[in-house]
Write a protein that binds this ligand. Sequence first.
Ligand code: HEM
Length: 140
Amino acid sequence: MEQQRIERLESSFNLVAPRAQELVDRFYALLFSRYPQVRPMFPEQMGDQKKKLIASLVLVVQNIRTPDKLLDPLTEMGKRHADYGAIPQHYPLVRDTMLEVLGEIAGDAWTDELYDDWSAALDLVSSVMIEGAKAHAQSV
Ligand code: HEM
């Protein structure tokens, strides 16, 4: 990933990180209102889930300069997601919801460039997860 893109991802994440709770609250509210079909896949109580989503975003941004370190954890996460019932077609729904919410939280600081940066980052994360899920499906 291009150096400047990495820097923009890091600084925009730092900007929204103090409002991480609001970010994930809004993320799931929007995801479930747009795509109610995925709601039953998630637990009733979303508190732990929200914390885990924040932690995964932190993991990705913290390791963005050494992406090799993300391969194993994201592959494993993709395998677990296959077991939750996530399919490749769900990933763009999650990406688009996250992009919209990042834009809401970043406010005036949000730009088309940041939209492209985050879209590319989320597509990369998704592709590693989906590959992990495929390998998992072939091994069971
Ligand atoms: C960028 C993509 C995604 C990220 C970073 C992400 C992150 C996470 C994390 C960290 C967890 C906690 C449990 C674990 O690590 O296995 C989780 C759980 C879950 N995710 Fe995702 N996720 C992504 C995409 C998706 C998609 C596309 C779906 C499909 C609707 C999905 C559905 C779920 C469900 C249903 C659970 C909870 C399962 C349970 O606790 O029973 N996720 N996700």
